[in-house]
Structure formats: structure tokens, C-alpha cells
Design a binder for this molecule. Structure first.
Ligand SMILES: Cc1cc2nc3c(=O)[nH]c(=O)nc-3n(C[C@H](O)[C@H](O)[C@H](O)COP(=O)(O)OP(=O)(O)OC[C@H]3O[C@@H](n4cnc5c(N)ncnc54)[C@H](O)[C@@H]3O)c2cc1C
Length: 408
């Protein structure tokens, strides 16, 4: 049996290792001049390779129950065992995040590379697949350089549009469409956000521990804790990346999106107001900026006061209770209107993708066309930050690889 796998990322690599056998040849097509580029950059070069909490609620997509099937068969323990078998040892860190024991993405790729070579997977680099045709039970693969090759089965795992500099593109969705597969609209996820106002630019470089919440139609919706970095274009930091899938989806639906930043999540409004009133009582030579500098960064305090049109040198004793309340309100619930995400170029992953209702989760085979399989980020399943995206790529790739070579 001859199998073609399109895309040598996490999903394609593990699938190739599963699919190859004595009577099965595997060609692994990759458009880049090297494979596994996203693995290399993952986790800032440390590769947050998976997570121990592989549960449905750590995924976003039209039907996340899909992942339950996959992780039942190839969950964290099975993946760990698999890795140890090929000599790759793992370490569990905070929040269930798992990294290679070496703490280096390079070592992950090195071990997979030698396994691909040992098993005889034919890796075809600089071979972008342009289109695929199925004629009389055979698949014909056409590459950009004009080559044409015939196969019995095909696995499409060419990833998403995220991070185009390292291979992200939409060719997989287009190829799948020619076989009748539908795509749910794709949008950038785990990405920075651009704001309408220029306030963030004035606070650029300041990083804070905070809580971010997303309100839709004045209703509080999602809350995320973590750091935020103010930048020239808007907002970055882990809390922003974590909330970005929800924001990005709303922007895609053309909704107006406001996010609310709590600069002091350990205090509530009443408590903070009473602390401020106390300071006012005992430090009557303080101005408002001096008082705020005891709580938040000076750069932030200046912007906050200018937005409230309160003179930063205003003495505390001259501050009315209404003004004090307004300061507290801003500190705890500062609204930023989001203009857009920072785009696919900066996104770690894509939301949306191929409709999973058209794919059998037990085999990863298309329900529309026999012999065509899918895996990885090309599908409408997006993991939260924490190793969930690679986890999905490994599991779906493993199951696709295991089933693609089976004679039916
Ligand atoms: C900066 C960054 C950091 C990340 N960090 C983490 C992390 O720490 N933990 C985590 O879980 N996830 C992380 N991710 C996400 C994770 O890397 C991806 O979700 C995962 O690698 C997807 O694997 P995949 O095999 O489905 O797709 P990909 O890794 O994208 O592989 C698809 C491959 O197909 C190739 N290709 C595309 N089109 C064609 C074509 N027409 N012909 C031939 N080849 C083609 C591409 O070049 C690519 O090599 C990160 C992503 C980025 C960008």
C-alpha cells in the first residue's frame, strides 16, 4: 500500500511512524525545506509538548466531544509511554503542562527525525502539494514542481493559516474542499489584541499581573487571570493570549468587543475605596498620583488619571468621593475596546477549520471520501494554551496513522 501524508508537522510525523510497515510505503510531503518547524518554536523553544488534563473543556470548536474519542485511545499516559519507547522522556510542570525532560524542542525533533529515517519514511522536503485528484480508487498528488504520483490513501495534515512564516497556509482547506469537505471560518487564536484607543501605546512596556474579562452586550462572560503587557498596538501577555480565542471569534462575527482589565485583582471596589479614603485622611500632603504610585505603575496611573480628566497633581484632600470612586472603578474595571487581533502572522493557532462532523473520530477517515484521512490543526478543534494543541496533533495523527494502513 502506498500512502501520502501532506504536512510534516507533529500530526504528520507521528502518523507516518504509525502508518509505515512491511507492506506499506509512506511519502511525507513538506513544503518547507525542513520539517517540524512549529514543534521547534513551540513553548518558546522548550516545547510544551502536551498536558496531563486532556479533557474536552480545554478545547474550543464546533463539537469538542470529538477529542474525548481521541484521548480515550491515545491520551497523556499512552503518549508518555510512546515517547519513552522512542527514548524521549517528559516532565510534568505547573498546571499539568508537560515538557521534554531536556527542556528543549530541538531534542523532540531530533528523536522523531531519527525514528522517521530508521523506519524508512520517505521525507519529501520543498514539495508543496498543489492539488489531489481521486480517479478509480487511486489518489493522484500534484506538487508545485510539476510532479505527479499515485497513492492508495492520503492523510491531509497540512496545518492552519497561523504563523505563515513557518509554514502556515490555507492550502489544506482548499484541497479538502475539492472533495466536498466544508470549513468553518478560521480566525487567529492565542494572539495579541489591538485596541481602538492609543492609551496602551502610552503605557507600552509595562507588564502587570491582572485579571481580564470579556463582556458581551454588557454581560460579563469570561474571566482569565495572568500577566498583561501593554504594547504600541494594544495588549499582549498570557492573559490576553488566553482570552484571545473568544475575542477573535466575536470579531469574526462583527461584534463590538470590549475587554475589562482589573489592575488589582486581589482587591474589591469597596475595600479599595475605603483604603484610599484612609490614605486621604492620614496623608493630606499626598497628591493623587503619589497615592496611586503605591498601588500601580506610575506610567499606568498617569494614563488612567488623564482618561478620567483628573489632574495628576490634585491633592488628595481636594479629591471628591465621586472622583475617588471613578479612580477605583477604572482600576478594577478598565474598559478597552478591541479593534482587531494582531493577525494570523502572530497567532500560535487558528480557530475554526475543517468540520469535524465530516470525519470519523475513531479512524480520522473522511465520512465523505474513502481513503482520505485528516489530523491536526487543519480541523476545527483548538486547544487552550498549555500544550493542548500539540496534544491534539499527536493524538489525531497517531489514530490516523494507525488506521490509514489498515486494509478494509
Ligand atoms: C509560536 C508558536 C508556539 C507554539 N507553542 C505551542 C506549545 O508550546 N504547545 C502546544 O501545544 N502548541 C503550541 N503551538 C501550536 C502547535 O505548534 C500546533 O498546533 C501544532 O504544531 C500543529 O501541528 P500540525 O501537525 O497539525 O500542523 P503543523 O505543525 O502546522 O504542520 C503542518 C505542516 O504542513 C506543511 N504544509 C502546509 N501546506 C502544505 C502543502 N500544501 N504541501 C506540503 N506541506 C504543507 C507546513 O509547512 C507544516 O510543516 C505553537 C504554535 C506557534 C506558532
Amino acid at each position: 500500500m502506498k500512502i501520502a501524508i501532506i504536512g510534516a508537522g507533529a500530526a504528520g510525523i507521528i502518523a507516518a511512524l504509525q502508518a509505515i510497515g512491511e507492506k506499506t510505503e509512506v511519502d511525507l510531503y513538506e513544503k518547507n525545506n525542513s520539517f517540524g518547524k512549529k514543534i521547534l518554536v513551540s513553548g518558546n523553544g522548550r516545547c510544551n509538548i502536551t498536558n496531563i488534563n486532556l479533557k474536552e473543556d480545554n478545547f474550543i470548536g464546533q463539537d469538542t466531544t470529538f477529542v474525548e474519542y481521541l484521548f480515550k485511545e491515545f491520551g497523556f499516559l499512552e503518549f508518555k509511554k510512546y515517547c519513552e519507547k522512542i527514548g524521549l522522556f517528559l516532565k510534568i510542570k505547573e498546571n499539568g503542562k508537560v515538557y521534554p525532560l531536556s527542556n528543549e524542542a530541538k531534542s523532540v525533533l531530533k528523536i522523531f527525525e531519527i525514528n522517521l529515517k530508521e523506519k524508512g519514511v520517505n521525507i519529501l522536503l520543498c514539495k508543496p502539494v498543489n492539488f489531489i485528484k481521486k480517479i478509480d480508487n487511486k489518489f493522484y498528488i500534484y506538487t508545485e514542481d510539476g510532479d505527479e504520483k499515485k497513492y492508495d490513501r492520503v492523510l491531509l495534515c497540512s496545518g492552519s493559516k497561523a504563523a505563515p512564516k513557518i509554514g502556515g497556509n490555507d492550502s489544506g482547506y482548499k484541497i479538502a474542499k475539492t472533495f466536498g469537505h466544508n470549513t468553518n471560518m478560521v480566525y487567529p487564536c492565542l494572539v495579541q489584541l489591538e485596541t481602538v484607543s492609543t492609551n496602551c501605546a502610552r503605557m507600552a512596556g509595562v507588564k502587570i499581573d491582572s485579571e481580564v474579562s470579556l463582556k458581551i452586550n454588557c454581560k460579563k462572560h469570561i474571566k482569565v487571570k495572568g500577566d498583561i503587557l501593554f504594547t504600541k498596538y494594544g495588549l499582549s501577555g498570557f492573559a490576553i493570549l488566553d482570552i484571545s480565542p473568544y475575542v477573535s471569534k466575536l470579531l469574526l462575527e462583527q461584534k463590538k468587543v470590549n475587554i475589562f482589565i482589573n489592575l488589582l485583582p486581589d482587591y474589591d471596589k469597596l475595600e479599595l475605596l475605603s483604603i484610599f479614603e484612609n490614605i486621604k485622611k492620614f496623608h493630606n500632603r499626598y497628591d493623587i498620583l503619589t497615592m496611586l504610585s503605591g498601588f500601580i505603575s506610575l506610567k499606568i496611573a498617569k494614563v488612567l488619571l488623564s482618561e478620567l480628566k483628573i489632574n495628576q497633581n490634585k491633592m488628595l484632600k481636594e479629591m471628591s468621593i465621586k472622583e475617588m470612586r471613578a479612580v477605583v472603578e477604572k482600576i478594577i474595571d478598565w474598559c478597552f475596546e478591541i479593534d482587531s487581533t494582531h493577525g494570523f502572522d502572530y497567532a500560535e493557532v487558528c480557530g475554526g477549520g475543517l468540520r469535524i462532523s465530516q470525519i470519523n473520530p475513531k479512524t480520522m477517515e473522511s465520512k465523505i471520501l474513502k481513503g482520505l484521512f485528516f489530523a491536526g490543526e487543519i480541523l476545527d478543534i483548538t486547544g487552550k494554551r498549555g500544550g493542548f494543541n500539540l496534544a491534539f496533533a499527536w493524538s489525531s495523527g497517531y489514530i490516523a496513522g494507525k488506521n490509514i494502513g489498515k486494509l478494509s
